[in-house]
Ligand binder design. Structure first.
Ligand code: DCP
Ligand code: CA
Length: 406
């Protein structure tokens, strides 16, 4: 099956964050890195500054000589870290299959997401729009069947670009580009390749493997594969999950409290099972609701003591739900529940209480039975209601947004 990999990269990141904070700087040559009379290099240059030849890594003194009218800013990392976290959070709303790279770029494995967004192209448009709306930043997106081609595509599409390389077109897309465009080719590799009259990725793709191996050893093979648009590296979400959530969109917007509660109970059980499988406990529980008019709210509660039981997740979610429903009369389109602020399980005060111990044992027993006989083998009174609404199999109920509701 052909994969659909997306590479998303913010344009002129540090500079763009500064321009959002100080709109007077928009459309002007701006440099983040420091005052021009200081030693140091350009960290980021606006596209207007790049027109004068400025680029990252250039000494500030050279930058000033080429473009004295540019605004030079010291910059502060906390602003960029903050923007980066918000950027990644937006992406995480679109897909859990996310691999952040550095502060301002990320891969998404969007395979199969056509059914949700209409097409991967539309998904990319929606992502760009959210980043623009929520952060005021421009992102460029590349879409292709593998990471390397997606990355080259996003780079080539800049600024504010969107470029899709169709399956089968990888090689013809890469071939005319200069070798420096291939990720992983640094200054030194470029010099050696140019010395061999290998100037384009196409030249590189047809260079015998033996030649590349003799110059670059084992990495010669990787170069050869990447130049041919062959890249089976997976999109790898960062090791430890920071949060676990499940959500689903109803077939029809609803105000039915028992349906809302039953669905919340089911989603809580899925979250709880996942949490226990990862041997984690959560401190923060978040309810998410999207109303008929698409307004989306989240409501969180911080637990006094961390927990991994379905009951605590559901009870907390239910309280948040009750409050939210009192405050808003609209029908509900989507409901979700998540846990965050995850910690390793620890012996807690609560554990000295027999009732808490019983709860923990109960959850363990439920997990064991479900592992053996399937998720719906055990049902609490509340979720039984779902039986008449959703089809179920060994893996649980099939909700409306399958990729998010496992
Ligand atoms: N950065 C840095 N020093 C460098 C390169 C980059 O401090 N030599 C920082 C500043 C950039 C950020 O990392 O804003 C992201 O790097 P990118 O290479 O993605 O460059 P930009 O986002 O600035 O520009 P582009 O639009 O080309 O992605
Ligand atoms: Ca960038």
């Amino acid at each position: 099956m052909t994969r659909q990999i997306m590479h998303i990269d913010l344009d002129a990141f540090f500079v763009s964050v500064e321009q959002v904070l100080n709109p007077e700087l928009k459309g002007k040559p701006v440099v983040v890195g420091g005052r021009p009379d200081r030693r140091g290099v350009v960290a980021a240059a606006s596209y207007e500054a790049r027109a004068f030849g400025l680029h990252a890594g250039m000494p500030l003194s050279t930058a000033y000589r080429l473009c004295p009218q540019a605004t030079f800013i010291e910059g502060s990392f906390s602003k960029y870290r903050d923007a980066s976290q918000k950027f990644m959070a937006i992406l995480a709303d679109f897909s859990p299959f996310l691999e952040p790279v550095g502060l301002d770029e990320s891969y998404i494995d969007a395979t199969g997401f056509e059914s949700i967004y209409g097409s991967i192209h539309q998904m990319a448009v929606a992502i760009k729009q959210q980043i623009k709306d929520k952060l005021g930043l421009c992102a460029s997106v590349g879409i292709a069947s593998c990471k390397v081609v997606a990355k080259v595509a996003s780079e080539l599409s800049k600024p504010d670009g969107l470029l899709e390389v169709a399956a089968g077109e990888e090689l013809s897309f890469l071939a005319p580009l200069p070798i420096a465009k291939l990720p992983g080719i640094g200054k030194k590799t470029e010099r050696i390749l140019r010395g061999l009259s290998i100037n384009t990725i196409g030249n590189l793709s047809i260079t015998p493997l033996s030649v590349l191996k003799s110059h670059f050893g084992a990495s010669g093979e990787l170069l050869h594969r990447l130049a041919n648009g062959i890249d089976d590296r997976k999109v790898e979400p960062p090791g430890a999950a920071k949060s676990i959530s499940r959500e689903t969109t109803f077939g029809k917007d609803t105000k039915d409290r028992s349906l809302l509660k039953a669905t919340l109970r089911y989603l809580s059980e899925r979250v709880g099972a996942d949490l226990r499988q990862r041997s984690k406990q959560a401190r923060c529980i978040t309810l998410k609701l999207r109303y008929a008019d698409f307004t989306t709210i989240t409501r969180s509660h911080t637990l006094r003591l961390t927990s991994d039981t379905d009951q605590t997740i559901f009870d907390t979610g239910e309280k948040l739900l009750k409050k939210a429903l009192l405050a808003e009369k609209q029908a509900v389109r989507l409901i979700g529940i998540g846990v965050s602020n995850l910690t390793e399980p620890s012996k807690q005060l609560d554990m000295l209480e027999p009732s808490a111990q019983r709860l923990e044992q109960l959850n363990k027993a439920i997990d064991r039975i479900r592992k053996k006989y399937g998720f719906t083998a055990i049902q609490t009174g509340r979720t039984l209601l779902l039986k008449d609404i959703f089809p179920d199999d060994k893996d649980g109920y099939t909700l409306q947004t399958p990729s998010l509701s496992r």
